[in-house]
Structures are given as C-alpha cells and as structure tokens.
Design a protein around this ligand. Structure first.
Ligand code: SF4
Ligand code: SF4
Length: 368
C-alpha cells in the first residue's frame, strides 16, 4: 500500500509540470466562463461547450445555455436521428447568440446534401456555424477534392459558415493533414488526460496554423464507480484538457443539470495538487476499460484496423451506459467488430490494457 502510494505520488509529480504550468494562466481569468477565439473562424466560444449527443430533454441543454454555454455540438445520427430536434427546441429564441456545430458523413454529393438539409430542418435553423465531416481517420479523406467541392458549394449556398472535421482514430495524421491542407477550419478531436504527448503536439501545431480545436471525450467516457472526496475526477479531467496549449474548448456530454453544474464547477474552481492525484487514481481505474485514442493499435493490428471502434462501443455500453447509442454505432462498425471476434489471436498490446478480442466478443453478444 505504501509502495502504491509512493508510485502514485511519483506519477503525480511527473504530471505536475504539464498540468499546473499551463493552467495557471486559465485560473487567472476573472470570467466564470471565459471565451476563446476558435482559430481562424473568429467565433467566440465559451471554454465549456455542450456535447448534446445523448440528451433527450431540451430543458437540460437550456439550463447549460442559461449558465453561459454558447457552443453546442450535435450530429445527424445521434439518438437515432432525434438529437438535432432536441437541440432545435433548446436553442429556440436564443439561436443568435450561439455557435451550433453538427455533422455530415462523407458520401455521394446528393446524400450529403440530403443529410445537411435534414439537419437544418431538425434544428429549425437556416444555417449552422460549423458543418463537420464525421469521423475522418486519414489524410486521404481530408484532402479529397470532390468532398471539399461539395462542402464549398453548400457553404456558398449559406447552409453553414465553416467546414470542419471530426476524428476518433489516426488523429495525428488527420490533424496534420488539416493544418497543412488549409481547407477545414476546425477539428473536433478525442483527447484527454491519458492521451499521448504526440497528440498534444499535433493539436498545438494545428492550432498554431489557425485551426480551431474542439476537444471531446475529455472525461474519457464516463467510467466512474467510486465516490471521490473533493474535486471529482471528471472535473479534474476537464480542467486538464482545457489548460493544454492549442485547445480552444471542450464539449463534454452532459445528461443532467447536475453534470452541467459539475463541469461549470471545474471552470470556476482554482486547481491544486489534489486534482493531479485524482487523475492518477482515475487513470488506474480506467485501465482495461477505456480507450485513450492513442492510435497505437493500428500499426500493431495484423489487419490494420486496430481496436478503437471496438473500444468505443465498449465505452458507450459500459461508460455512458447508453445501449441505444452502442447498438446504433455498433451496427456501423459491425464488420470490424466481427473481424476482431473471428481473429485468431489479437496481435495488439493495447497501451491501456484493453483486451480487444474479448471486448469484441462481448459486444457481438450484446448486439445479437
Ligand atoms: S492501443 Fe488501446 S488505448 Fe490506444 S487506441 Fe488502441 S484500443 Fe485505444
Ligand atoms: S483482434 Fe485481430 S483484427 Fe482486432 S485489433 Fe486485434 S489483431 Fe486487429
């Protein structure tokens, strides 16, 4: 026990430089919910945005908006297509002071157009601020000229103000491609206190190139089964990400007023050493459960797919405890889950101790 605590403190102190140093500047702000400029979009977004993905009650989102949150992230496919309607109800009457971001999948032009029109109708708005290509995982996708042309035309038609992308896997390649190519104005990236240093480096470089950086999965999926004495691990995790160089805002999912208030509390609270200890404990708790989106498994996988999709469905099931989302996303990536299930033996040594093959077996059992 003694040794465990000493090891914990050693890890905590190692994290100190990267955590405390950047966040002091954040703590100096007198604004309870400071805004930052989202890269070259010039949009002013509060550092805490609203990840609306799982919310089915507009009143909960409205509670967040009433507290000063002005950025909302949704998508055409969330809640089986219902989430944009929920967001539409929440923003009624206050849309003008908000930044709304939704998503479209890469597809044939006619299909993308249909999806965007449907999103605008569901949200009840004439245009959104950001239209994000959903789930990119390669440079090849970022630089596709036919897709850029479709996005450019829809933007010119006034359907949205800025083109952006989202990424869950191979994120460094996507960030570098966006920064270099210059077409997309922002990236929604999965990043948290367990993410590798080279991801933070890519984020900073993209941000320096003018790309707006929005962080998701900041609390690493909501896996939490313990009571914590002071600052909650979710609060510490959120503060950690928000204080890293290059990140403009975070959009954690918030399913209740309590969660909104908890995250707001993380902004208002002046951090101290206990935050780091919480995160170190939280890291240990998450081993074997939650993917850190390090992308390390792609190169190790004999089929080049890695385990992120499997780990993501596991996160929806066991972290978010959202079986509807797990089913809908699970169907999208069913071929990959089956491949892992049928694989002779996983060649991946996951940095977070996730048994990818076993997770795939569990997910397939659940989906069937
Ligand atoms: S190696 Fe593990 S933690 Fe890293 S992306 Fe793959 S599944 Fe996630
Ligand atoms: S189980 Fe097989 S297919 Fe799945 S990540 Fe491991 S090596 Fe790749």
């Amino acid at each position: 026990m003694q040794i465990q605590r000493r090891e914990l403190l050693k890890g905590a102190v190692a994290s100190l430089t990267s955590f405390i140093a950047p966040r002091l500047s954040f703590a100096e702000s007198s604004d309870p919910l400071p805004k930052r400029t989202l890269g070259r979009t010039g949009l002013q977004a509060a550092v805490l945005g609203y990840g609306a993905m799982q919310v089915s009650d507009p009143a909960i989102i409205r509670h967040g908006l009433d507290q000063g949150i002005n950025y909302i992230d949704t998508a055409d496919c969330y809640l089986g297509g219902r989430n944009e309607k929920v967001v539409g109800k929440a923003v009624k009457g206050v849309r003008e002071r908000l930044v709304i971001a939704t998503k479209v999948h890469i597809a044939k032009e006619s299909r993308m157009r249909k999806s965007v029109s449907k999103s605008l109708a569901s949200l009840g708005v004439k245009k959104v601020d950001l239209m994000q290509l959903h789930g990119l995982s390669s440079k090849e996708q970022v630089v596709r000229k036919d897709i850029q042309q479709t996005m450019r035309q829809m933007k010119q038609e006034g359907k949205f103000d800025f083109s952006a992308v989202t990424t869950h896997s191979n994120q460094i390649e996507v960030l570098e491609a966006v920064a270099e190519d210059g077409f997309y104005d922002a990236v929604l990236v999965a990043v948290n206190f367990r993410s590798p240093a080279n991801l933070y480096k890519a984020i900073k470089q993209a941000s320096d190139a003018g790309v707006g950086i929005i962080a998701m999965k900041t609390q690493n999926g909501g896996f939490e089964d313990k009571a914590w004495p002071e600052l909650t691990p979710h609060q510490a995790a959120l503060r950690y990400v928000l204080d890293q160089p290059g990140i403009h805002l975070a959009v954690p999912g918030m399913l209740s007023r309590k969660m909104v208030n908890e995250n707001l509390g993380a902004i208002a609270r002046k951090p101290d050493l206990s935050d780091i200890l919480h995160l170190e404990n939280y890291k240990t708790d998450l081993l074997g459960k939650a993917c850190s989106f390090c992308s390390g498994c792609i190169d190790q996988c004999r089929f080049g797919i890695g385990g992120m999709d499997v780990a993501r469905i596991q996160m929806y099931l066991e972290g978010y405890r959202d079986s509807e989302l797990a089913v809908s996303k699970g169907r999208e990536v069913a071929a990959k889950v089956r491949l892992c299930n049928d694989c002779e033996g996983c060649s991946v040594n996951c940095s977070q101790g996730i048994d990818i093959k076993r997770s795939a077996q569990r997910i397939l059992r659940f989906l069937s």
